[in-house]
Design a binder for this molecule. Structure first.
Ligand SMILES: [Zn+2]
Length: 369
């Protein structure tokens, strides 16, 4: 994809629609229990590819269909010159944040830090944009909250496993072991054949037959020998590969000390007040932007959804009075919407769902108090 800001060609990883199914959603709509059609990807978090960062100028944007086809988007092209000049001006600042964060993404091996910093850059560029959308900022901060949550819940399990981070390599290793097991089986079958021939042609008149048969089998077995050593060579190759990658990780800890994720994180925090340090802070930022977005948004369904989310985020950060107020707002709005469009099931599907959720979460507050 061509970067709209600097014109560089970028290759972004893209998750095909339908590559996974969400089996469950958290009460703030965070997808839970993903089921991937390719089991190798089971532990990958799609949020890693939510933002796309240009490797050259670090311009970052939500990687959605609209952005992939930005050349067809007249409105985007209209504001593009302004986006360009603002982004490049910040990029060229000495010790600027864009440069610092961009370098960190491309020198880090840790998928969690990479994903997090891509979100920060996406937020930075959204704030710079002449058409900044509060709803987008809210959505980005909410997702940062989800990243922090997942990191806590999964105890790093998937973030630091290099073979999972690189499913291609895992697949290669599996196939190789499979070929090796075929070789072993093949060789065993040949031995069995020789044994059978030994018994079948044990009688005197067939002795030459037996010898011939066995000598052919032996030939075949000896031809398997070089194949075996080649396979062993390939297998040792992949274990060397593994060793290198572990060493590189250990190395990067020392070498990229400047970019150590926590250090970078607090460094950024000092220079930019909009950096959250944990899930709660991220949700608080999301809440603030949803409050601003609520006034910007026109669609009634979206307003209902935002009201509910403001309730749920308030509840999660411990503002129970605020939560109660927003849940009530969501309940009232949903009820009105359902009354208004009584017969139009597609229009009220969301209102019905939110109504149910808002009641359920409001109930939780009374227990929390
Ligand atoms: Zn670029």
């Amino acid at each position: 994809m061509e970067c709209p800001v600097c014109g560089s060609e970028n290759e972004f990883e893209y998750i095909k629609p339908g590559a996974y199914i969400e089996k469950e959603r958290d009460t703030d709509f965070c997808p839970k229990k993903l089921s991937w059609s390719n089991p190798l990807y089971q532990t990958i978090n799609p949020l890693v590819n939510f933002m796309a960062t240009c490797h050259q100028c670090f311009y970052t944007h939500e990687f959605n269909k609209d952005y992939q086809e930005w050349k067809k988007n007249k409105e985007f092209k209209r504001i593009l010159p302004e986006i360009k000049s603002r982004h490049l001006k910040k990029l060229n600042q000495k010790n600027g944040l864009i440069k610092k964060m961009g370098d960190a993404i491309f020198s880090s091996e840790d998928p969690f830090s990479k994903a997090l910093i891509k979100f920060f850059l996406g937020i930075y560029d959204e704030i710079l944009s002449p058409q900044r959308a509060f709803l987008n900022l809210a959505r980005y901060y909410l997702r940062i909250g989800w990243l922090f949550r997942e990191k806590e819940e999964k105890e790093y399990s998937f973030w630091i496993n290099p073979s999972v981070v690189n499913p291609g390599r895992q697949l290669l290793e599996r196939k190789l072991s499979w070929v090796k097991s075929l070789h072993t089986k093949y060789s065993q079958k040949l031995t069995e054949l020789a044994k059978m021939a030994n018994q079948l042609y044990a009688d005197k008149p067939d002795e030459t037959k037996k010898d011939n048969f066995i000598s052919i089998v032996e030939k075949m077995q000896s031809s398997l020998q070089p194949l075996k050593s080649s396979l062993d060579q390939l297998l040792s190759f992949s274990s060397v590969d593994k060793k290198i990658s572990y060493e590189r990780e250990a190395f990067s800890e020392g070498f990229f000390k400047d970019f150590d994720s926590e250090q970078l994180h607090s460094h950024l925090k000092k220079r930019w007040s909009k950096i959250p340090q944990n899930e709660k802070e991220a949700l608080l930022f999301a809440l603030r932007y949803y409050q601003k977005a609520y006034a910007q948004v026109r669609d009634q369904n979206q307003k209902i959804r935002i009201s509910y989310l403001m309730g749920e985020l308030s509840r999660r950060i411990g503002d129970l009075d605020g939560a109660s107020k927003y849940f009530e707002q969501a309940i009232n709005m949903s009820q009105k919407e359902i009354e208004h469009n009584e017969k139009d099931f597609t229009k009220i599907a969301l209102a019905q769902k939110i109504l149910q959720l808002a009641y359920q979460q409001k109930e939780k507050i009374s227990i929390q108090r």
